[in-house]
Design a protein around this ligand. Structure first.
Ligand SMILES: Cc1cc2nc3c(=O)[nH]c(=O)nc-3n(C[C@H](O)[C@H](O)[C@H](O)COP(=O)(O)OP(=O)(O)OC[C@H]3O[C@@H](n4cnc5c(N)ncnc54)[C@H](O)[C@@H]3O)c2cc1C
Length: 437
């Protein structure tokens, strides 16, 4: 009997890089000399942890995969979508195709690192190479280090060195979009529906990203005003790689250094999580473990619902609950209020944001929460406590933001759940006592 010779292929495993243009792993796969199979795995480990079965981020990924599949089909190929734990997905894939190598982009979160080690081991046993690339950042892991080769824990010198590195080399491009002819020619494959993976569709709007010259040039003037659409809404797109960070960084260089700095903060926190993975569950500074959080559940619930009696805090939480996004200035105010005025463990607030934010990113969420609580690297000193009413006067003096999210707002609004100067004094006393033990 004649033996069926299966075609040798390369696999490009898409994860948080959901685009076919300027994609580093895809570019290298398409140049490997073998036709490329595009693969995505709806990871049962990750999906199983999401309690809200209408999670908008799953819906967003699902939509984006359909677009990628359509693009692949225009090139006579198709995207293969598995709903499995990754190891099982790869076992199936290897049995179905003669895979020579798997190409994928780096992911720096502790779970992802463990997952990739497991897949690398499985592939090695089967004689398949596992090629991984930098894609979601400009500088990763240990590429920006102090002169003594230890990681930076303070932003300003890190960003200085980051920029020196950037200006020494030009930002690379990986024009994968020009090579899509090298995708494996296969008939269109059916991918699972949202219902097949245990989720439901709900109406939602992803804020439209704005990378226009007009917005970026004015970013430093508008970024702190929550009533103005003055930021780029890049978050969810950076999270799932529907934009290329390299293209964004070039815009930052061209139009606005302040905006570039924000993109560097993102990389800073990714670098911190990579080098100090304990921050995922613990204080960066261990002596803050001694803080006796009050953790009052009723107060936490009022904070979540936006009923603290502080208009800026409440407007922010309502914006988050309704849209999955909150303005950065207000994120700082609500986080400071929770950890200082209410003395509730930052991990509670972090978990709530993780559930709700469309742009949720473990490294940035964790880094910013620890910054607000004073427990993180390069945090504001604990004794700097935002006054939510002063913040309101400064950044929303005409109450435009507040009235958008609390439409029936009046001067005799809800009573404050804690009086500012009392809460401030209590926080100072608690932190001081814990740290001086
Ligand atoms: C308590 C708290 C939690 C936060 N959680 C997240 C999170 O889960 N995911 C997230 O991406 N950002 C988080 N941020 C940072 C920031 O609020 C958002 O990145 C920003 O508001 C998103 O809006 P934008 O995309 O319009 O940002 P822009 O202001 O246009 O900035 C462009 C991009 O720069 C990055 N960036 C901006 N500010 C920061 C920052 N302080 N730290 C790290 N990266 C930054 C983001 O990728 C952002 O999309 C958090 C901030 C606070 C105070």
């Amino acid at each position: 009997m004649e033996e069926i010779v299966r075609e040798k292929v390369s696999v490009c495993w898409l994860r948080r890089d959901l685009r076919l243009f300027d994609n580093s792993a895809l570019y290298h796969a398409l140049k490997s000399g073998f036709p490329v199979v595009l693969v995505f795995v709806f990871d049962k480990h990750i999906l199983g942890k999401l309690s809200d079965k209408t999670d908008k981020r799953v819906h967003f990924i699902h939509q984006r995969l359909q677009e990628i599949n359509a693009e692949a089909q225009q090139n006579n190929s198709s995207l293969l979508v598995y709903h499995e734990v990754p190891k099982m997905a790869f076992s199936k894939l290897i049995s179905e195709y003669d895979v020579q190598g798997v190409y994928t982009n780096h992911d720096y979160e502790p779970y992802a690192i463990g997952r990739d080690q497991e897949i690398a081991g499985l592939l090695k046993e089967k004689g398949v190479s596992f090629e991984t690339f930098k894609d979601q950042v400009i500088f990763e892991k240990s590429e920006v280090m102090k002169p003594d080769d230890t990681p930076y824990t303070v932003f300003t010198p890190y960003s200085k060195r980051w920029k020196e590195g950037l200006y020494k080399e030009s930002v690379p491009v990986f024009p994968s979009e020009d090579l899509l002819d090298n995708l494996l020619k296969i008939s269109p494959k059916k991918s699972p529906s949202l219902a097949d993976i245990g989720f439901e569709a709900t109406e939602f709007k992803v804020p439209k990203p704005d990378f226009s010259e007009a917005l970026l040039k004015n970013y430093h003037n508008t970024r702190n005003l929550p009533s103005v659409p003055g930021t780029s809404y890049a978050g969810i797109h950076l999270r799932f790689g529907t934009v290329s960070v390299r293209q964004l960084v070039k815009m930052g260089i061209q139009y606005n250094e302040q905006w570039l700095n924000e993109l560097i903060w993102r990389e800073f926190f990714m670098m911190i999580l990579f080098h100090f993975p304990h921050v995922e569950h613990h204080n960066f500074r261990r002596k803050y473990d001694r803080i006796p959080w009050r953790n009052n559940e009723q107060e936490f619930e009022l904070w979540c619902k936006g009923e603290t009696g502080y208009p800026m805090v409440d407007a922010g939480m309502r914006q988050l609950n309704e849209t999955g996004w909150m303005h950065n200035r207000v994120r700082m105010v609500v986080a400071g209020f929770l950890t200082k005025h209410l003395l509730i463990d930052w991990r509670w607030g972090e978990a709530y944001f993780a559930e709700k934010l469309l742009d949720y990113e473990l490294a940035s969420n964790n880094g910013n929460w620890q910054w607000a609580a004073g427990t993180g690297c390069d945090s504001a000193p604990y004794f700097r406590i935002f006054n939510p009413s002063t913040q309101l006067k400064k950044f929303d003096p005409k109450l435009e933001y507040v009235k958008t999210w609390i439409p029936n707002f009046r001067a005799d609004y809800l009573p404050e759940i804690v009086e500012h100067s009392f809460g401030r004094a209590r926080a100072l006393e608690t932190y001081k006592k814990a740290l001086n033990q």
